[in-house]
Write a protein that binds this ligand. Sequence first.
Ligand code: ASP
Ligand code: MG
Length: 403
Amino acid sequence: MKTVVLKFGGTSVGSIDRIKKVSKIIASYKKKRYKVVVISSAMSGVTNDLVNKSKLISNNFDLAEYDALVSTGEQVSCALIAGRLQHIGLKSRSWLSWQLPIITEGNYSSARINKINIKELNKYIKSGGIPIVAGFQGINKNFRITTIGRSGSDATAIMLAKYIKADECIIYTDVEGVYTTDPRQHKKAKKIKKIFYDEMLEMASLGSKVMQPTSIQDAKLNKIDIKVKSSFAFKSGTLITNSKKSFSDQIITGISSTKNDAKITIVGVKDRPGVAASIFKPLSKNLINVDMVIQNISQNGKNTDLTFTIKSEDLKKTEKLIKENKSISYKKLSFDRNVSKVSIIGVGMITTPGITYRMFQALAAKKINILVISTSEIKISVLVSAKHVKKAIASLHKEFKLD
Ligand code: ASP
Ligand code: MG
């Protein structure tokens, strides 16, 4: 008998009607004689609402209480699913993290799952029951409730699939799978049948919101194949895997873009050792995430320009930190808050020469100016003016035969 972990996201359990539909999906696996474990997120909107309540109580809300608060949405959805499954004649009950337990380590609101005790679950599954486990939450060594980061139910599902040695882990969501690019940005976007973990990790970190990046890292580390599917439409989804079987010979798998990036250029900084470090030290201390960085080759050996990108919301703070920084001198500081990063992603580029050229050529043909470039083994990113993003995606989508 195969074991399957089914995870349902917020919109999939977003109303009573949705919970009834989801219960039918769960029942269909039972009918196919699967052993089933369900992970649920909170009904959509509920977690946000709880976060807002904590802010109204205090702008310095205790972190441990924050986790105790924001994890409650899952208790509601899990109990409702279990109740509905009982109503249609199946054996089911809900489990909260402390009842198993799911042990986490690390800080409140961003803890990581360390261990899951599956003894009780296994007994219950053997007896024919369907456990409904609350996603997103755990307990720490002080027996206090923790949460594992927004959208963390994905990671709960993957870790549970690991501990229970599931044959399949299916993430049910409100889209049909992972797309070659955001279908709202580009009508010709296509559903990807199979994608490697590393590619998916890049897609997720670069703005494709289908899955939480940490959960993909967990899946990769533990070699858990994931299927992403819609709970709204009966369609095949996307498989996230490392298995090379039946991958097409596509070089580029997907194109992603970011929103709300800002570019900062410091003109005329001294070209000597330690300057870049002095610029970035206060930023890192203030938890400002610097993304792309370029330093021009200095013409005279004395001065150079340094350009980097951050999230727009950090722009004010970054500007202040640079102006207050006594250990650097420069001629001018300039900003651009309307920039976006467009990236092409694909493991195929490791073995295929000429991809960089094709990307730049395609953008040049559309007269799109490239502001900053950064590359990794499986990704090339360019920074462009935000108003060119749609055009850039369309031309790259076509160039790499994803249309
Ligand atoms: N309910 C939590 C959130 O909204 C966890 C999840 O959705 O996976 O972040
Ligand atoms: Mg969610």
